[in-house]
Design a protein around this ligand. Structure first.
Ligand SMILES: [Zn+2]
Length: 372
């Protein structure tokens, strides 16, 4: 049961999300997004029969003029009656974000562009550059393996002025069990040769090249976001445990570049510890907030057991379905309202809530003020 929410009037910057579909979503899309899996549904299983699905039918249905708790089939049918822009605007603007920090590197052909996203959400959008997407674009050019490192550096430098952060999906492409050191130029040339020998269009999975991208971004200085914890079936959960990052955190501490551990669930307590002891580490429980739904307050509380309040950020990790951006905001506001009064002096809870909701993100990504 979702229970009753007491939304607090908390300003939010969604510091990690994606854009939304430019086409309507059918039942299959809902199942894939809600279960984080493209596999066929087993008998007896529905994406709506999950904590996320129950929360969606409880809190999103009224936004489409349906009764709370309607069936999944009724929800999908009603959504399809509306223009997709109308649905996207209701949920994106309904989340009342002060800003969106958007990873534009995943499946952009299926999603609306950043200008349209900004208009739908009625909020400024700030870009994040996905390192592997840039590297794979460089690989598809005519560059030779011995020129790859320079060409990647140039491509990244071209894009950095338009962005507030970069992002690594090392967790998806290899895992965190890597040599933490910056790879030598010779080893990067050899590794790129290996990668190209499998075809220029092959997916980048070589750990040495992946480490090279990460170190190049860290040396460029913008905050680097790292996917950690759960995600879809493309990753190995045990190798996405942020605890495995300790050697890399030790090796990169002196650079001072902020590293932002995204999602972290189910390792949020370990992530909170890392944020406590490493000055350059920041954390969220983004993707988990809509997925664990009525348990959001518990997950946030576990992160805040050790994470300094000035290191915790809000994100929805909304992707494709604007309902996720909406639910993330709704559930996070309620979780903050529930958790903070027991962790702080009640008189100080509003100040700490502003830190985790908006001000930490504004400071970290150097975002301009948008409201009081
Ligand atoms: Zn994401």
């Amino acid at each position: 049961m979702v229970g009753s929410l007491e939304p607090v009037d908390l300003a939010l910057i969604d510091h990690h999300c994606h854009s939304v579909r430019h086409e309507q979503a059918d039942a299959n899309t809902f199942a894939q997004v809600m279960l984080e899996s493209a596999a066929p549904l087993p008998a007896g299983v529905s994406g709506f029969d999950t904590a996320l699905g129950a929360a969606l039918l409880r809190w999103c249905a009224p936004v489409l003029e349906l009764d709370a708790g309607c069936s999944g089939a009724d929800y999908v049918a009603r959504r399809a009656e509306l223009a997709v822009d109308e649905v996207n605007a209701r949920f994106l603007a309904g989340a009342r974000p002060d800003g969106l920090v958007v990873d534009t590197g995943h499946a952009p052909e299926t999603l609306v562009g950043v200008e349209a996203l900004s208009a739908l959400a009625d909020a400024p959008v700030h870009r994040v550059i996905r390192l592997e997407t840039v590297a794979e674009a460089v690989a598809r050019s005519t560059v030779t393996h011995d020129r790859f490192a320079a060409a990647f550096a140039d491509a990244l430098a071209d894009r950095l002025p338009t962005a507030v952060a970069t992002k690594s999906i090392l967790a998806y492409r290899h895992g965190f069990d890597v040599d933490p050191r910056r790879p030598s130029p010779a080893s990067v040339r050899n590794a790129t040769s290996d990668w190209f020998s499998r075809g220029r269009y092959s997916r980048l999975e070589h750990p040495v090249v992946l480490r090279h991208l990460l170190w190049t971004a860290l040396e460029a200085g913008l905050p680097v976001q790292l996917h950690t914890g759960f995600g879809d079936t493309d990753l190995d959960l045990a190798r996405s445990d942020p605890s495995l990052l300790s050697p890399l955190l030790r090796a990169t501490a002196d650079l001072g570049t902020p590293l932002v551990l995204l999602h972290t669930y189910p390792f949020q307590r370990a992530a909170g510890y890392l944020a406590r002891v490493w000055p350059h580490v920041h954390v969220d429980v983004g993707l988990a907030i809509p997925h664990v739904a009525s348990r959001a307050a518990t997950v946030l509380a576990e992160l805040l057991e050790l994470a300094p309040f000035g290191k915790v950020l809000y994100s929805s990790d909304g992707f494709s379905l604007a309902e996720l951006h909406y639910l993330g905001a709704l559930l996070f506001r309620a979780a903050v309202g529930e958790v903070l009064p027991s962790l702080t002096d009640p008189a100080d809870a509003d100040r700490v809530a502003r830190l985790v909701g908006r001000d930490n993100a504004r400071r970290l990504y150097r975002l301009p003020p948008t409201s009081t």
